[in-house]
Design a protein around this ligand. Structure first.
Ligand SMILES: [Zn+2]
Length: 391
């Protein structure tokens, strides 16, 4: 029932690998575009595929409220519903319950909350989170954890982490017991145990405290998961602290399982985290920035609404093969944004996702050719350069 992970090459601590899921392979290190509500905002599924993305992320909290996990299951699962036949990872909804829902009550059993959509009352327990992600037919299911506030003192971070570890054990039990969707739809008659590709990831918590991260990693390894995520980072602690926590946390995790850094990040964060041994990322940054006039390029981040682009016939990035760069000028993008045309947000989102996928592909190639250090140096030099000079 579990998914496979092959570690193909290593360069320093950076890893080249491949995750095999029920809906196809994912070359790692990989970046997953965020499809919160069963859509990567402003993109068709075909467009997302054209950027090179192999796996997308969808959100348990949003989908359980609207349109409902039962409805998606009746309609054939999330892959069919959103036209994404490839691998899908669903997050458990814990983070969104903390950040979006009203009137939350957290007990050992789980969390009760009011929907931010219509005020209706819902419960999310470790068992319910596993059931919803089964109904969605997620290839990678995430455990439900309690989102530790930042900053948190050591006692608060410890209490929160230990509750998350108790919930992780309940998630594993519920995941192991769940009826295997593959068993009912597999015409070859394979037994559930022989149908690979569905996995459950644990999430290491413990804030910025090394002893707590160690306790959390040990607890998760004892329970046993198909992959391990590092949670509770990129919440305002700063890049230096993120990297420091990764430096000691990744040493605690099994080499033979994928490692996922949740909610990260900027291009420089991705390069730094891959250098430390992370295999999988997701972040709203490339899509959200595309809707707020921001583009990521080799030479850093730029604002397309800026007047300097108004008469510029050059592409956003002459080396980029996305439609925004191949077919359009900076002047046209600037015009679309200033005229508040929705195509502006669509093209910038497409470019940003394409840039992120190019970056991941370049990192995978560099690791395979044992020149990741040189790649990272060149990346930093290019980013420091800044945008091309105005005409
Ligand atoms: Zn482009």
């Amino acid at each position: 029932m579990s998914l496979d992970f092959a570690l193909l090459a290593r360069d320093g601590r950076a890893r080249l690998g491949r995750i095999e899921t029920a809906h196809g392979p994912v070359a790692t290190p990989a970046f997953m575009p965020v499809g919160t509500a069963a859509t990567v905002k402003a993109m068709t599924a075909d467009a997302v595929r054209a950027t090179g993305a192999e796996m997308v992320l969808a959100n348990t909290y949003h989908l359980m409220l609207r349109p409902g996990a039962e409805r998606i299951e009746r309609l054939g699962g999330l892959h069919r519903f959103m036209d994404w036949p490839g691998p899908i990872l669903t997050d458990s909804g814990g983070f969104q319950v903390m950040s979006l829902a009203k009137l939350r009550t957290i007990t050992e059993a789980g969390v009760t909350f009011q929907s931010h959509v219509d005020g209706s009352t819902h419960e999310l327990s470790p068992e319910r989170a596993m059931d919803i992600q089964r109904q969605l037919d997620a290839d990678v299911t995430m455990v439900l954890d309690e989102c530790t506030p930042f900053p948190a003192d050591e006692a608060t971070a410890a209490d929160s982490m230990r509750r998350s570890m108790r919930w992780a054990a309940r998630c594993k039990e519920a995941f192991a017991r769940r009826p295997d969707r593959g068993a009912s739809i597999n015409a070859r008659g394979d037994s559930p145990a022989r149908r690979p590709g569905y996995g459950l990831f644990g999430i290491v918590q413990g804030g910025v405290y090394e002893n707590l991260r160690r306790e959390s990693a040990e607890a998760l390894k004892t329970i046993g998961f198909d992959g391990y995520a590092v949670g509770g980072l990129a919440v305002g602690e700063g890049q230096e602290t993120t990297f420091r926590v990764l430096d000691f946390t990744l040493l605690l995790l099994s080499e033979d399982r994928p490692r996922y850094l949740m909610g990260v990040g900027k291009p420089a964060d991705l390069v730094g985290a891959v250098a430390r041994g992370i295999d999988l990322f997701d972040c709203v940054l490339p899509t959200r920035s595309g809707r707020t006039e921001q583009a990521f390029t080799r030479f850093g981040q730029l604002t397309l609404s800026n007047a300097r682009h108004r008469d510029d016939p050059r592409p956003l990035d002459e080396r980029c093969a996305c439609p925004a760069c191949r077919k359009h000028s900076r002047a046209y993008l600037n015009h679309l944004i200033n005229a508040k045309e929705m195509l502006g947000a669509m093209l910038l989102t497409w470019h940003n996702l394409h840039y992120y996928q190019d970056l991941m592909r370049e990192m995978r190639t560099a690791i395979g050719e044992k020149r990741f250090g040189d790649f990272a140096d060149q990346f930093a030099a290019d980013q420091a350069c800044g945008d091309i000079s105005p005409l």
